[in-house]
Design a binder for this molecule. Structure first.
Ligand SMILES: Cc1ncc(COP(=O)(O)O)c(C=O)c1O
Length: 477
């Protein structure tokens, strides 16, 4: 009775990435109301600088009250506005903001910008513009689990993995690119492009200039597109090498001879305010492309997911406040760095290492020391224990299509410092118990160890009691 599309499971909702969210929703941690609940570490949300946004809004009530600074109402104008090109004032502010995040090394033209309802919509729209059903895009692994939905589900486009390995910090290599290309050909798929996230989700690292050059050479040789999702570009908190280099800058600086113009039109940038400004609910995303046809088609498609004019108005007022934005970006970076360091040093105590990172809202954590064996079954087993016994929703590497078992993404910016502290203590206790026993401890053994190590922590003690309960064991599937 229903369409094949909705009857298929290609959405990816059954991945452990989304399953962990469902478990969290059933039993969310709350320091006061539910201290034994699950802490959400699977959500790349930035709440660290919300106070700055709120204080700006308190100082500028007319921006949300839909008034001009002279007190004149823009309510009617905005309520009637329905042009899918978006408010030009907003687009002008956005391109300025994007240029500033890239140290003004690149300039963006507002006429080449398409507004979309978040980066989710931007990525899908680009797939509709660049590929036909059955064509392939190559993606370095590990990659953001949402891409299975965003790039493939409705478009019919296929993802072919570029397998990256921990041996070189998951960097993209020329042989990995060639292997992926061959794999696609073996599967009878026409490769239309490579899609990267820079900075990377889930690695939390910026893509090096060497990797960008490699990608550009590859795209020139194969005559394919490059899509660079730069949604985390404003979160780079360490500018030591490798600093953030946008694909726009890398392409501009290359002397590509006769191929130059063609390559430029095959490079497309995706961006959004969901992470850098921490406003995913506002659904503000965009595509930037030098290809006029792509801009024109994507603009028509944006009718299916426009940003409300009210949101555009309020944010254009905020972005135009240069002094505030400079302060926001600087302070946000500082806070992210502090949080990341808190997680890294907290896990170090338990002998758990993180991939060295310089951006984003999470760490890519090496938990191979806790695996029973070097398999994805063991990773899944560990993941289940961390969700149900330890009470942390973290994202296993397998949900990010990582080719090596034992890696997990842990988010640190969607919670208070106190909650992150509880999460670290829980993980430390768990790691300690596994190491001491060197076998899977039962809940009773784990509880007694935890009580011995951490009975001083009130919330943790309450959580340990929960571990021993029969109700909990029943949910431990
Ligand atoms: C790399 C990447 N692209 C796109 C998205 C979706 O962002 P948006 O909320 O703007 O749709 C996310 C969200 O986590 C992401 O990490």
């Amino acid at each position: 009775m229903l369409s094949r599309k909705i009857s298929s499971d290609s959405h990816g909702q059954d991945s452990s990435y989304f399953l962990g969210w469902m478990e969290f929703e059933k039993n969310p941690y709350d320091e006061a109301k539910n201290p034994n609940g699950i802490i959400q570490m699977g959500l790349a949300e930035n709440q660290l600088s919300f106070d700055l946004l709120e204080s700006w809004l308190a100082d500028n009530p007319d921006a949300i009250g839909l008034m001009r600074s002279n007190g004149e109402s823009v309510f009617k104008e905005l309520a009637l506005f329905q042009d899918y090109h978006g408010l030009s004032a907003f687009k002008n502010e956005l391109v300025e903001f994007m240029a500033k995040l890239r140290g003004n090394k690149v300039k963006f033209d507002p006429n080449k910008l398409v507004l979309t309802a978040g980066a989710t919509s931007a990525n899908e729209t680009l797939m509709f513009c660049l590929a036909d059903p059955g064509d392939a895009f190559l993606l370095p692994t590990p990659y953001y689990p949402g891409f299975d939905r965003d790039l493939k589900w409705r478009t019919g486009v296929e993802i072919v993995p570029i397998h990256c390995s921990s041996s070189n910090g998951f960097r993209i290599t020329s042989s990995a690119l060639e292997d992926a290309y061959l794999q696609a050909q073996d599967q009878g798929l026409k490769v239309k492009g490579v899609l990267i996230t820079n900075p990377s989700n889930p690695l939390g690292t910026t893509v090096t200039r060497g990797e960008l050059d490699l990608l550009i050479d590859f795209a020139v040789a194969k005559e394919i597109h490059i899509v660079s999702d730069e949604i985390y570009s404003g979160t780079v908190f360490d500018d030591d090498e490798p600093s953030f280099v946008s694909i726009a800058e890398a392409v501009n600086e290359r002397d590509l001879g006769g191929a130059s113009e063609a390559v430029r039109t095959r490079v497309h940038i995706v961006y959004s305010l969901s992470k850098d400004l921490g406003v995913p609910g506002f659904r503000v995303g965009m595509i930037y492309s030098e290809d006029e046809e792509v801009v024109s088609a994507a603009t028509k498609m944006s009718s299916f997911g426009l940003i409300s004019s009210q949101t555009q108005y309020t944010l254009s007022r905020m972005l135009s406040d240069e002094k505030f934005m400079r302060k926001y970006v600087g302070e946000n970076r500082k806070r992210l760095k502090k949080r990341k360091e808190m997680l890294v040093s907290g896990l170090k105590g338990a002998g758990i290492k993180c991939l060295e990172s310089n951006a984003c809202l999470y760490c890519w954590v090496d938990m191979r020391v806790l695996l029973r064996s070097n398999t994805f079954e063991a990773e899944k087993e560990l993941w289940k224990r961390v969700v149900y016994e330890v009470g942390l929703n973290i994202s296993p590497g397998s949900s990010c299509h990582c080719s090596e078992p034992g890696w997990f993404r842990m988010c640190f910016a969607n919670m208070s410092e106190e909650t992150l502290h509880v999460a670290i203590e829980r993980l430390n206790a768990f790691a300690e118990s596994i190491k001491k026993e060197n076998v899977k401890p039962n809940n009773k053994q784990l509880s007694s160890l935890l009580v011995r190590n951490y009975s001083r922590t009130r919330s943790l003690t309450r959580w340990v009691v929960q571990l021993g309960s029969d109700d909990h064991r029943e949910t431990d599937r």
